[in-house]
Design a protein around this ligand. Structure first.
Ligand code: SF4
Ligand code: SF4
Length: 425
C-alpha cells in the first residue's frame, strides 16, 4: 500500500494498527480461499484487483467524488433503494459486516447472543477499521429484524449521521403504503442532503444504472446452469459481494466480460469442477465480505454451489425496476413495487421465499439445498425449519446449518457437508 493510502486512512480517523490487522486477515483469507482455486476465469482478475484495492483505490475514488460535491451513503440492507441515491449522483455502498472485530468492545454494547452481522457492524465502528463507514455522509439503518432495529438505537450514539428507515413486516396493502411512505421520506432526505431535486430524467437514469448491474448478474447466474459449472460458487459470491460497493459502470462491464469468457467455456464443455460434480443451492442469511468460510467448506468438500438464495445473491438482485414511466410519482411506484417483492424472512407469512427456493433448485439443476443460518438470527433460523420440511416433502435433499464467523466449527461443518454430498451423489 502506498503512503498516500496511509495518510488517507489517518485522515478518516482509522486506527492504523487495527486497520493493518484487518487488512492482513482479509488478504490472508483471500489468498487461502480465492487464489488457491484452480481454473478460474481470467476475468476474475478484476475481482482480485477490487479486493486488493477495497480500502485503497476505491476509497480514494469515493473521497474524490466527495471533493467534487457528490455524497456517499452507506447501507446494511438490500431494502435501501440504490436508484434514489444514483438519481442524485450519489454512491450507495454496502457496509461490509462479514468479519468479527473488536468483539470485547462490542459485547459491552450488545448482548452476546446477537447475530454476527450486527456485531460485525458495531465492531468495524468501534475498532475504527472501516473507511466506508467513516467516509459516508449518511448511513441508513432499516427496521428489519428486531436485532437490527434495536441495535440502531445504540448505533445512533456512535454514528451521528444514522438515518433509520422503517420497513413493513407484512405483504399487505398497508405494508406497501408504509414502504412507499418511507421511500418518499428517504427521497426527500437524500434531496436535502445533496441539494438536488430528483426529476423523472434523474430517476430514470438511476434506475438504468442499477438495472444494468442486475442484468449483468442475471447473465452470470444463468450461465451457472451449465454442467460442468463454468465458475465456482465462491467466485460468483464475490461478484455478488462486489455488486455493493464498486463503481457500477465498471462492475457491469467487468461482469459482462466474465460472462463472454464463460460462454466460450461452456461451448468447449469446460468448467471449474468435473462434469457431474454434485450441485448445491445455498439459501438463507447474507454473506458479506470477507465471510467466505461456508462456501469454501462446500467447494472443498466435493460439491459446487450453483446459486445463492440470499440478499448477497438472487434475493437481492432478482427483480428489475420498471423504468417505463414518465413521472417521478410513477417511477417511485415502480421502485416500491420492485422492492416490495424482496422475500426477506422478516416478513410474515413469507411463502414467496419457499417458492423461490424451489424455483432456483429447478432452474440451476441443483441436487440439494443447504440452508445457511447465522446463529441468533431469529427470522432465518425460525424459517429454516418449515423450509426444510417443505423441501423434504418435495424430495429435495436439505441440510440445515447454523454457524457464525468464527473458524472453530470448520472441522465439524466439513464433516456434515461431506456426509450430505455423499448422500446426494
Ligand atoms: S436478509 Fe432481510 S434484513 Fe438482511 S439484508 Fe436481506 S432484506 Fe435486509
Ligand atoms: S442475519 Fe438475521 S439477525 Fe442478523 S441482521 Fe440479518 S436478519 Fe437480522
Amino acid at each position: 500500500m502506498s503512503e498516500d493510502y496511509r495518510s488517507m486512512w489517518e485522515g478518516l480517523g482509522l486506527d492504523l494498527v487495527a486497520h493493518d490487522a484487518l487488512l492482513e486477515v482479509l488478504g490472508k483469507g483471500y489468498q487461502d480461499i480465492y487464489l488457491a482455486q484452480k481454473d478460474r476465469p481470467d476475468g476474475m482478475g478484476y475481482f482480485d484487483f477490487v479486493i486488493s484495492e477495497v480500502h485503497g483505490l476505491r476509497i480514494k475514488e469515493l473521497l474524490d467524488e466527495k471533493a467534487a460535491g457528490r455524497k456517499v451513503i452507506g447501507s446494511f440492507c438490500v431494502f435501501v433503494p440504490e436508484e434514489i441515491v444514483r438519481a442524485v449522483d450519489g454512491t450507495l455502498v454496502g457496509l461490509c459486516t462479514g468479519a468479527d472485530f473488536a468483539m470485547d468492545e462490542v459485547e459491552k454494547l450488545l448482548p452476546r447472543n446477537t447475530c454476527s452481522l450486527i456485531k460485525s457492524a458495531f465492531g468495524f465502528k468501534l475498532g475504527k477499521v472501516c473507511p466506508y463507514l467513516e467516509s459516508a455522509d449518511m448511513i441508513v439503518g432499516e427496521n428489519t429484524c428486531d436485532g437490527k432495529k434495536k441495535s440502531y438505537e445504540t448505533l445512533k450514539n456512535l454514528v451521528p449521521n444514522l438515518y433509520v428507515m422503517d420497513i413493513p413486516q407484512m405483504k399487505s396493502a398497508e405494508g406497501r403504503s408504509l414502504l412507499k411512505a418511507e421511500y418518499l421520506r428517504f427521497k426527500e432526505s437524500v434531496e436535502e442532503l445533496t441539494g438536488i431535486t430528483i426529476d423523472a430524467a434523474r430517476l430514470k437514469k438511476g434506475i438504468e444504472i442499477v438495472n444494468n448491474k442486475r442484468r449483468a448478474i442475471h447473465r452470470l447466474s444463468s450461465l451457472r446452469k451449465a454442467d460442468p459449472a463454468p465458475i465456482s460458487g465462491l467466485d460468483a459470491l464475490l461478484a455478488n459481494q462486489v455488486f455493493f460497493y464498486d463503481d457500477p459502470g465498471r462492475f457491469t462491464d467487468s461482469v459482462n466480460k466474465i460472462c463472454d469468457e464463460l460462454e466460450k467455456r461452456i461451448d468447449k464443455d469446460e468448467g471449474v469442477f468435473p462434469k457431474g460434480t454434485p450441485r448445491l443451492l445455498l439459501s438463507g442469511c447474507p454473506m458479506a465480505v470477507p465471510n467466505w468460510k461456508f462456501p469454501w467448506i462446500i467447494e472443498t468438500s466435493g460439491a459446487v454451489i450453483v446459486g445463492e438464495e440470499s440478499c448477497v445473491g438472487e434475493r437481492g438482485t432478482r427483480n428489475l425496476t420498471d423504468d417505463n414511466w414518465d413521472t417521478v410519482e410513477e417511477l417511485m411506484e415502480a421502485i416500491v413495487d420492485r422492492y416490495f417483492q424482496v422475500d426477506c424472512a422478516i416478513f410474515t407469512p413469507n411463502p414467496d421465499r419457499l417458492e423461490h427456493i424451489v424455483e432456483m433448485f429447478e432452474i440451476y439443476k441443483a441436487d440439494g439445498v443447504i440452508h445457511y443460518g447465522l446463529q441468533f438470527c431469529q427470522p432465518y433460523l425460525m424459517e429454516s425449519m418449515p423450509v426444510e420440511k417443505a423441501l423434504e416433502t418435495k424430495n429435495i435433499p436439505t441440510l440445515r446449518i447454523d454457524t457464525d464467523y468464527s473458524m472453530e466449527d470448520v472441522g465439524q461443518l466439513k464433516t456434515r457437508v461431506e456426509a450430505f454430498v455423499e448422500l446426494i451423489k
